[in-house]
Write a protein that binds this ligand. Sequence first.
Ligand SMILES: [Zn+2]
Length: 289
Amino acid sequence: MLDDYKENNFYDYAKNLKKYYHAYLFEVDNLEDNYPLILAFAKTIICKNHYTNKNQCDNCNICHLIDENYYEDLKVIEPDGINIKKEQILELQKKLSLKSSNGNNQVYIIKEANKLNPSAGNSLLKFIEEPENGIYGILITTDKNQILKTILSRCNLISLKSLKKEEFEETSLKNLLDFLKLIHQKKENSLPYLKPNFFNNYQTKDDVIKAFNQMEVILDNIINLNFQTNTLNSTFCDIIKTSLKDISNSDLIFYLEKIVKFKNKLITIPNLNLNLFMDRFVIEMSKVR
Ligand SMILES: [Zn+2]
């Protein structure tokens, strides 16, 4: 079940959208719970009444047909067996190239986009790279890290993933928010402030990976308009929003990219010196404009 907070936030977002990107990637906890919301988003793109809330849009025929799974300008792809095959993508492209008979926008949804096999992924990529007017893609996955990097970078990411409360107690949230705020304020002078206190909480590689994961969630959360909420505790979102309100979106994205980069290093490089690694991390983080 989705919580109301997430759902309402999402509808607000959809309502206020000025334009649509040609490809979206939705990251979700599980497909079934989130699919109605994603389908509603597809309706906002297709429906002439600009369907933006969970109530029926004036009973229009298009939304009705979408609900019945019977609308020709909405195409849904899902794995055929264990993965999504190139033929499925080519078939989709062929159908979309025929154009909508009534001039409507066309939307394709790819469920479990992480199961695109490499050649299917490449065919889709070509399609996303040269978008045609009136055609919009919605990809869905439970883990964005399993999506081909080239596809990921061309999609507008919308994360509907929930924070997991057991991984995220309030003290660690506040600690990490303080870390981000301090880096932002002190920039290249951050290190001396962080050394005595902050680093004591992260003594092992596992501690640091956990902290990186949590910062990723924090930043993802605020960059993606707070769609992710802890289903039990939506106040976390408010704490994050208030704490980071002075940091611009482009700076937040900069931090997020550094965190992901350093997390990958930490995971892939064996036997690195954790102290030096953390110093390097802080220095790189402070290079924000
Ligand atoms: Zn409608």
